[in-house]
Design a protein around this ligand. Structure first.
Ligand code: ADP
Length: 654
């Protein structure tokens, strides 16, 4: 076993690799960019090396700096995690040339699977079923169109260098082929610098089922059963599970045999995944699955496999890379129970799953799974950390395991309902809606499910009066940093000293709500809400939903839905009027380094007003329009996320 390894990654996967390494007595070296100087993976590792600026091209993709860091810290091996350099064969060559071990397959194995067309030709030769289609070198449009006709419509055009669903077009009719081809090529050229494509049969009601394989350096390979990743949005997975619902012994045997054959065909060493597309239009049949691609690394969703097999895949990676044989033979690997993983992202499900950023002012996960279930929370962030625009906006993976699918799904719903995130837009409610979807619950999944149910899955009901009352209570509790834990004691103190009550304004979306909170001597309270919320609530505090106060806002959690209310600063006039354009706010916490304008100055659109230093970078805050400055932050001021930096005089607004 290695004495020390370097982890060439960040976030949850870096933390997850460190945990197993520590358990095995292996020392760890983290690498980090400017933005990650105080990140959790840096704190967890035994040592950490700064490798550059925040953009990935200047840090996590800099193989040279990473290898130099490994050599400087005397690490013997590099674990790439997933993404970044994990499937880059040139990096593997450089690691090996530097006398280090790459914890993963050989460069040759990665190259063999790197291009979809070559990989498919290789798999056909190895006797692995491949989607009927054309995977040849020739690319003339006439030829491709005639191949499409032979295959039979609908067909799918795919970039051979593709990934992340880019350069992929479904074509239903021959008349549309040439236009779809041009657009797929344009997209592929822009994304991968390679516009060559393949054409294949579009599988009806497709399910994405993948098989976890593991090989060692002695020519041995095993599988660790399948995962179903059919729940996808924008061709990306959101909830994964193991085993696949409705899997039959015959299909499992055929798929796992094919996966092991595929791994052996390229002398595969380490953790890998063979992705198959399965035709679920007439139930699962042993002749209805085809090889799609191989991912030559650990997958994001590997924990569901760990949950059902009891195997620590990272431990196996370290053992195999250090020269040990596979820890278990095929017949020693059993499948027990059912597991789900839900990916919690900072993203706006209602806006086409648009990635979001922000500071996670409040972050709370359930401490334990319900009776009879097990849970793992895989995360690389803690409360107060930022989701920056530089990296993947995944906050955590919620992984649950129970004796069967229904129990595991219930545990997942429960875990989501007890997860609290405030400070960024998150997909918790969407995940909970998906977990509760009738088709999903019945195991009737295919890759089109989310798209078909998008509207209901992303629909969020208006906040209830109880939710608004909880927000009003938290908002009026001005002194406490957070009213989430114990609003009761906050109010009892309040009741003694402010018996007349307080008024507060809340903004939810477009709506402004005026609330009046008054405490009663008996320790109960009343919240009077402005019409149409004219009801006066009189509840025991303990029955109200949980809430979290964060700068300028309150978030109230009703199950998995987080309702965020803006709480305008009563001193900020522009805000009370709802005129956000009248002021400029700090986009993230930082230091006001330089102020270049003063109150009373007339400024023009685009004119730099001040420089905010945040996350070791300088951000110039410029005037969004012509106007007269009413107020501006002081030089040297430490500001939090959302603090007003510049306020314009009303009449000066453009
Ligand atoms: P990428 O590498 O860009 O992610 P994949 O080949 O892995 O592309 O395919 C991504 C997704 O597209 C699959 O999970 C599946 O949902 C869908 N897909 C791929 N091939 C087909 C096909 N032949 N028919 C129908 N859907 C497909």
């Amino acid at each position: 076993m290695f004495g020390k390894i370097l982890i060439a990654n960040r976030g949850e996967i870096a933390c997850r690799v460190i945990r197993t390494a520590r358990r095995l007595g292996v020392r760890t070296v983290a690498v980090y960019s400017d933005a990650d100087a105080r990140a959790l993976h840096v704190e967890m590792a035994d040592e950490a090396v700064h490798i550059g600026a925040s953009p990935v091209g200047e840090s996590y993709l800099r193989g040279d700096k990473i290898i130099a860091a490994a050599l400087a810290t005397s690490a013997q091996a590099i674990h790439p995690g997933y993404g970044f350099l994990s499937e880059n064969p040139d990096f593997v060559d450089q690691v090996v040339a530097a006398g280090l071990v790459f914890i993963g397959p050989s460069a040759a194995s990665i190259r063999a699977m790197g291009l979809k067309d070559a990989a498919k030709r290789l798999m056909e030769k190895a006797g692995v079923p491949v989607v009927p289609g054309y995977h040849g070198e020739a690319q003339e449009i006439v030829l491709l169109a005639s191949k499409a006709r032979e295959i039979g419509y609908p067909v799918l055009i795919k970039a051979r260098a593709g990934g992340g669903g880019k350069g992929m077009r479904r074509v239903d009719h021959p008349d549309d082929f040439s236009e779809a081809l041009s657009s797929a090529r344009r997209e592929a050229k822009a994304a991968f610098g390679d516009d060559r494509v393949l054409v294949e049969k579009y599988v009806d009601k497709p399910r994405h089922i993948e098989v976890q394989v593991f090989g060692d350096n002695f020519g041995d390979a095993v599988h660790l059963y399948e995962r179903d990743c059919s729940a996808q949005r924008r061709h990306q997975k959101v909830i994964e599970e193991a085993p696949a619902p409705g899997m039959t012994p015959a299909l499992r045997k055929a798929m796992t045999d094919a996966a092991v054959k595929a791994a052996k065909a390229i002398n595969y060493s380490g953790a890998g995944t063979i992705e198959f597309i399965v035709d679920a239009s007439q139930g699962l049949k042993p002749d209805g699955f085809w090889f799609m691609e191989m991912n030559t690394r650990l997958q994001v969703e590997h924990p569901v496999t760990e949950m059902v097999t009891g195997v620590d895949l990272v431990e196996w990676q370290l053992r195999v890379a250090s020269g040990e044989k596979l820890p278990k033979a095929q017949d020693e690997i059993a499948l027990v129970g059912h597991a789900f993983e839900a990916r919690l992202y900072a993203e706006d499900a209602a806006k086409g799953f648009l990635p979001a950023t922000g500071t996670l002012h409040h972050l709370k996960f359930p401490d334990a799974a319900p009776e009879g279930a097990a849970m793992r929370i895989e995360t690389g962030v803690r409360a107060g950390d930022a989701i920056s625009p530089f990296y993947d906006p995944m906050i955590a993976k919620l992984v649950v395991h129970a004796r069967d699918r229904a129990a595991a799904l219930a545990a997942l719903g429960d875990a989501l309902a007890r997860t609290e995130v405030a400070g960024s837009t998150v997909n918790t409610a969407f995940l909970a809606a998906l977990a509760a979807d009738a088709d999903f619950a019945a195991g009737d999944v295919d890759t089109g499910l989310i798209g078909r149910h998008q509207e209901t899955l992303t629909e969020v009901p208006a906040p209830s009066d109880e939710t608004i009352a909880a927000a009003a209570l938290a908002a009026t509790d001005a002194g406490a940093p957070s009213a989430a834990g114990d609003p009761w004691s906050a109010l009892s103190g309040y009741a003694h000293f402010h018996t007349l009550g307080r008024r507060t304004r809340l903004r939810h979306g477009e709506e402004n709500i005026l609330a009046r909170v008054s405490a009663r001597p008996d320790g109960r309270f009343q919240v009077a809400l402005e019409a149409p919320h004219d009801a006066i609530n009189s509840h025991d505090l303990r029955n109200l939903p949980r809430s979290a106060r964060w700068p300028g806002h309150v978030t109230v959690f009703e199950g998995a839905v987080g309702y965020t209310f803006a709480v305008p600063d009563p001193l900020a006039k522009a805000d009370v009027a709802g005129a956000a354009s009248g002021s400029l706010r700090a986009p993230m916490p930082g230091l006001v380094k330089l102020v270049r304008a003063a109150a009373g100055d007339a400024v023009i659109k685009g004119q730099p007003l001040l420089i905010l230093e945040a996350m070791k970078m300088e951000h110039t805050i410029a005037a969004p329009h012509d106007g007269v400055i009413a107020e501006i932050a002081a030089e040297g001021a430490q500001v939090s996320d959302g603090t007003v930096l510049v306020r314009f005089a009303e009449d000066g607004q453009g």
